[in-house]
Ligand binder design. Structure first.
Ligand code: LLP
Length: 413
């Protein structure tokens, strides 16, 4: 389902006219659809049928408390990568027993907080992390449940910055060396081996890299069984892509089916989808400030910028930009640029649009890695976030103020 569609010549988010939301909450603004988040979570959950599973939403994609709460109410688990994300999930009503903790640089404090919360599993990414976790769990007189994140050395065929399963990436443990680390884990008094974890990258549009990685993980599973190490679940990470333009990623049902067909018996499977749940459940709304046609290019200067939505600048990512209320006028090719003082500050280039100052534009597919990656660069306040639910809209994060930005800073005495 697409929660954003035109009716009577104007864009709607579920049952709310987007222009009305811009009027009420101002721009730039992130808008999310509750129904779309639920729909996308349920698609994964239902695809597993009776097979034991956990769909652990990757919090990094969009960590707004209301987004997490909507997913927690659906029964979602969560994949976290920091103490901050842990706290968000707990405050949003997430079940600690459905939390997995990924990331290459967990601190002792973060480990202790997660142990106290009683999370389901730590996805351990190095030998050094394993030793520290054993110590921290010992100090708390408890046992840490772990998977080892293995690096299967498969090419996810995605943007190099978001490919994580190659040998040269910083993530995980070389799959060849994993059996030795599992043996070490099995000896440690405050570690309980639970699973095998693997995540190979993001925005994958084909199934074969996932299946290649799984094949290698299953080989490791056999080796561990031979060593007498029991595995209670496989965590296959996130990474399923979405349609930004003309990509044709498989639907959640095909993705899950492709994984399950290799899984022996009833072995529980965890997945960690982020983008595929949130990206197309959100858009970024911005208003045209000035039109600046030049001999070389036509610039539409808008009130949203790279600090609000960095994907186009950082990855040369293409996201669709559509008028909220299209006009009958000639289209021109516009570069949609923000007020930030960088040439790389654009939301899109060469977009055929009929524009007038004051027009509202919606940048599509902005629900994932949008607000979550926003910054205060150029001392800009981060945008407000609104969740639409049918014919209601809720402000789920107030627009930042300059006071918010300046609160932590002081002058020298
Ligand atoms: N699990 C782990 C261990 C991850 O590192 C990630 C994403 C996920 C799950 C979720 O992956 P997803 O289902 O969202 O593809 N900022 C980039 C994406 C970075 C992804 C980082 N890791 C972007 O805007 O494209």
């Amino acid at each position: 389902m697409d929660p954003f569609s035109y009716r009577d010549g104007t864009l709607f988010a579920e049952e709310m006219p987007v222009a009305q939301l811009a009027e009420r909450f101002g721009t730039p603004l992130y808008l999310y659809s509750r129904a779309a988040l639920e729909d996308r979570y349920n698609a994964f959950d239902e695809a597993f049928g009776d097979h034991p599973h956990r769909v652990c939403y990757a919090v990094k994609a969009n960590s707004n408390l209301a987004v997490l709460n909507v997913l927690a109410r659906c029964g979602a688990g969560f994949d976290i990568v920091s103490g901050g994300e842990l706290e968000r999930v707990l405050r949003a009503g997430g079940d600690p027993d459905k939390i997995v903790f990924s990331g290459v640089g967990k601190t002792a404090e973060e480990m202790a907080a997660a142990l106290k919360a009683g999370i389901h599993c730590f996805n351990v990414e190095s030998a050094a992390e394993l030793e520290l976790l054993n110590l921290v769990a010992g100090e708390l007189d408890t046992t840490a449940p772990i998977s080892i994140r293995v690096n299967p050395d498969v090419d996810a065929q995605t943007h190099p910055y978001i490919s994580t399963g190659l040998k040269e990436n910083k993530f995980g443990v070389d799959i060849q060396k994993a059996p030795a680390l599992y043996q070490r884990a099995a000896e440690l008094p405050h570690i309980a081996v639970r699973g095998i974890d693997c995540h190979i990258g993001s925005q994958l549009t084909r199934l074969d890299p996932f299946e290649d990685a799984l094949e290698r993980v299953l080989k490791l599973l056999g080796e561990l069984q031979d060593l007498g190490i029991e595995i209670h679940h496989l965590d296959l990470g996130g990474g399923l892509g979405v349609t930004y333009r003309d990509e044709t990623p498989p639907p959640a049902s095909d993705y899950v089916a492709a994984l399950l067909k290799h899984i022996p018996g009833e072995l529980p499977v965890h997945i960690e989808p982020g983008r595929s749940i949130a990206a197309n459940a959100g858009l970024f709304l911005t208003q045209v400030l000035f039109l600046k046609p030049t001999e070389h290019r036509n610039f539409a200067v808008v009130d949203g910028a790279m600090n609000d939505l960095i994907r186009p600048s950082l990855y040369a990512a293409w996201q669709d930009i559509v008028p909220v209320t299209p006009h009958e006028a000639d289209c021109r090719d516009w570069d949609i640029v923000g007020p930030v003082c960088e040439t790389g500050d654009f939301l899109g280039k060469d977009r055929a649009l009929a524009l007038e100052p004051g027009d509202l534009l919606a940048v599509r597919s902005a629900g994932a890695y949008g607000f979550a990656m926003a910054s205060n660069y150029n001392s800009r306040n981060r945008p407000a976030e609104v969740m639409v639910d049918g014919d209601q809209a809720f402000l789920v994060r107030a627009r930042e103020t300059l006071e918010d930005q300046l609160r932590l800073e002081t002058l020298l005495p």
